[in-house]
Design a protein around this ligand. Structure first.
Ligand code: F3S
Length: 417
């Protein structure tokens, strides 16, 4: 804070100290794993950037809360960039304005200059950023935060542009919330009576429990089928959408819940919930309540960003088929995964079918979509939760197979099986 390491470090430390004091943190903790950045999707940020024409000043303003426009030195902590407002290869068909594209490219150049790795994804764990158990992180995206805490056993709160900006420059973050072992114990017991097997059912389960527990910590008991990584990814994203779940335990599966006793410590559950067929059905109908018209004009896959395995599954369903002339199929993945898809021929299968494989962004966060869309189908609970509110779309939710069938026929025929 004395400025000996540079004005940017000083501003960053001042911000972290204020943030820590506001939350009652007694100290900072070292971090070498930051995932964050400035959003380019906001017209407010772009207006400011157009005025100052200097990315150091933009970073100072939006990441360090300093109007002084300080020079930003290379980051101290390992840092990767979060999802951005567009795909630089498809920005025109995404309906992105030229000034937004220009800002995006300037921002990338700036990020690279200061050593932020351009992963540009909400799923950094798919492309090499897998924190180890107990590691203190500063991550920003809610669907990644919940996996970081629960599945990897690493430790992070849901940070913001400012705190991740300050953390990357200093390698510090306030020691509060999920960094403390005692705050990681379960609060609610969820007895899972329905046999949850599919990614779709894991999404429904997450949406159900998130809405009830909000930002507390559910402990799932009774899971009989070992979940795939894709299932856990969808479960966490769903629970973080309907509630603010940043951590969960699954008895016998996640690293801090080898037993019910370990998951709760000495705590008594605040409530005991159940998820059976009735709860599953109620959750499904709630999720599709915005949808009436079965003529689907936009199908969205890849929220959280699709893994290479999910792209392979998509290709098997799409091979030798064609997307309906009234429908668009956009699939989202990190750029590094798309590079593998290119080599494997998956991108070619997808584009031959008339679909587009996109990177770096998504409709709910980047506000990107084809022109004139009214009705959407998605296999993501998170998109189904946000798209009606953010974009005003009627939104159907179903399995990956239901969605691809809708893209090919132009009609929604998905149902709860
Ligand atoms: Fe990622 Fe966008 Fe979904 S940021 S989690 S693809 S809403």
């Amino acid at each position: 804070m004395d400025g000996k390491e540079g004005l940017d470090r000083q501003k960053a430390m001042e911000l972290l100290v204020k943030y820590g004091e506001a939350l009652g943190a007694e100290r900072l903790v070292n971090t070498n794993n930051v995932c964050g950045g400035v959003s380019g999707a906001s017209p407010f940020v772009r207006k400011f950037a157009a005025k100052v024409r200097n990315m150091d000043a933009v970073f100072s303003e939006f990441n360090l809360d300093s109007g002084e426009g300080v020079k930003i030195l290379p980051v101290k902590a390992f840092t990767c960039s979060l999802i951005q407002g567009m795909d630089p290869a498809h920005w025109q068909i995404q309906g992105v304005a030229p000034d937004a594209y220009e800002f995006n490219m300037r921002k990338e150049w700036f990020y690279a200059r200061i050593g932020i790795h351009l992963m540009n994804t909400c799923a950094p764990y798919l492309v090499g950023n897998i924190p180890v158990k107990g590691e203190h992180c500063a991550w920003m995206e809610s669907s990644a935060v919940v996996l970081c805490n629960s599945v990897f056993g690493a430790r992070t709160n849901t940070e913001g542009c400012e705190s991740t900006g300050a953390a990357m420059l200093t390698g510090k973050i306030p020691y509060w919330g999920y960094h403390l072992p005692e705050n990681r114990l379960g609060t609610h017991l969820l007895e899972v009576e329905f046999e949850v097997k599919t990614v779709m059912d894991w999404g429904l389960l997450g949406y159900y429990v998130g809405e009830i527990v909000q930002e507390r910590i559910p402990v799932l008991n009774g899971i009989r089928h070992f979940p795939s990584f894709s299932s856990l990814k969808h479960f966490g994203a769903a629970a973080a959408s309907s509630g603010g779940v940043e951590m969960f335990h699954i008895v016998g599966i996640t690293p801090e819940a080898n037993s019910l006793e370990e998951a709760f410590g000495k705590r008594t559950p605040a409530d005991i919930l159940k998820f059976g067929e009735v709860e599953r059905q109620e959750t499904y109908y709630k999720l599709i309540s915005s949808a009436m018209n079965r003529n689907v004009d936009f199908v969205v896959l890849g929220c959280p960003h699709y893994s290479i395995e999910q792209l392979w599954q998509t290709c098997q369903l799409l091979k030798d088929k064609y997307v309906h002339s009234n429908t668009n199929l956009w699939i989202f993945t990190p750029k590094a995964i798309k590079d593998i898809a290119d080599r494997n021929g998956y991108t070619e299968i997808i584009s031959k079918a008339g679909a587009i494989l996109m990177t770096d962004t998504c409709p709910a966060l980047g506000h990107v979509s084809p022109k004139g869309v009214k009705v959407v189908a998605t296999d993501s609970v998170k998109q189904a939760h946000y798209l009606p509110a953010v974009m005003g779309f009627q939104t159907w939710f179903g399995s990956q197979e239901d969605c691809i069938r809708a893209a090919i026929s132009g009609q929604w025929r998905g149902e709860l099986k």
